[in-house]
Design a protein around this ligand. Structure first.
Ligand code: THG
Length: 262
């Protein structure tokens, strides 16, 4: 399972403050803790800083990359911020995210060709959030063939079926699972990813919902997850369920995880 650490998101007040006031130590600690906990990418979202977003990404990316061995996931719908981020990022970044929206395609496709990042495709287009799994699959198919036509390798692509809060629509979890299953079945060569913590917005015991949701998604074949890697219970559940589903040959990952915890 590929893990994208979600904690450097400016929707979290301390992260907003750290980006706004340039608290180097806080930002670095948050990133390094996630890397040590097993993250493969660190998501960086400065969107709530609005007109300061570009300047703070340009400040934070080199700062983080000086200490991190893993790449960043640049999380913004803003094409200027994305371009400046990709320009300054060393090695292969993760572009979070492209979608089926025409404006986003126009702005991001040239950046993808120029900087060759890995790319998350969000299942969303100008009609809005898909109301059915067939609609989500159709967006994934369209965007995947567009990227492949542009010469992007399928190994560099993740499809995100889009997780909406179950608190605002009680069928959101079910729709996600159906979409994930259809995408896995019809596009088996592409990796899938999801923002796990979205499912629990506005509800109590969020970690319980997040963890249970991740377990269900792993069973349906989810390849990568955007989550809080410092949540020990979600990480241990992820190892446990993969082992139980035969996705851990010779129980190597589970035993390695237990050993390293001691
Ligand atoms: N897909 C893709 N990218 C994404 C998302 C997605 N990026 C953003 C988001 N969704 C994933 N990241 C977060 C980050 C934080 C939270 C949820 C999703 C979150 N944080 C708690 C809060 O704001 O209440 C803070 C908890 C804490 O303080 O630790 O919920 O779906 N491609």
């Amino acid at each position: 399972m590929i893990i994208v650490g979600e904690r450097l998101n400016s929707s979290r007040t301390p992260v907003f403050q750290a980006l706004n006031r340039k608290y180097e130590k806080y930002l670095l600690d948050e990133a390094l803790k996630q890397e040590r906990a097993g993250a493969n990418y660190i998501d960086l979202n400065a969107a709530t800083l609005l007109e300061q977003e570009v300047s703070r990404l340009k400040w934070a990316i080199p700062l983080l990359q000086k200490k991190l061995a893993i790449p960043l996931s640049i999380d913004t719908p803003n094409s200027e911020a994305m371009e400046e981020g990709l320009k300054i990022h060393k090695g292969k970044a993760l572009l979070n995210s492209l979608s089926g929206e025409n404006r986003r395609i126009k702005a991001f496709l040239p950046l993808i060709k120029k900087y060759q990042p890995r790319v998350i495709i969000l299942c969303l287009d100008d009609r809005g959030i898909p109301q059915s799994s067939d609609q989500a699959l159709a967006i994934a198919e369209k965007m995947l063939s567009l990227l492949c036509k542009e010469g992007i390798n399928v190994e560099d692509i993740f499809v995100d079926p889009l997780v909406r809060p179950v608190g605002t629509d009680s069928r959101a979890g079910k729709l996600f699972m159906e979409s994930l299953q259809k995408i896995k079945k019809n596009l088996p060569e592409v990796k899938t990813i999801a923002g796990i913590s979205n499912i629990s917005f506005g509800l109590p015991r969020r970690k319980l919902l997040n963890r249970t949701f991740l377990i269900l998604a792993i069973q349906k074949g989810l390849d990568a997850a955007i989550l809080d890697p410092l949540d020990k219970e979600i990480i241990s559940s992820s190892y446990s369920v993969q082992t139980l589903l035969g996705k851990d040959s010779a129980i190597k990952n589970y035993l390695g995880y237990i050993r390293q915890k001691k």
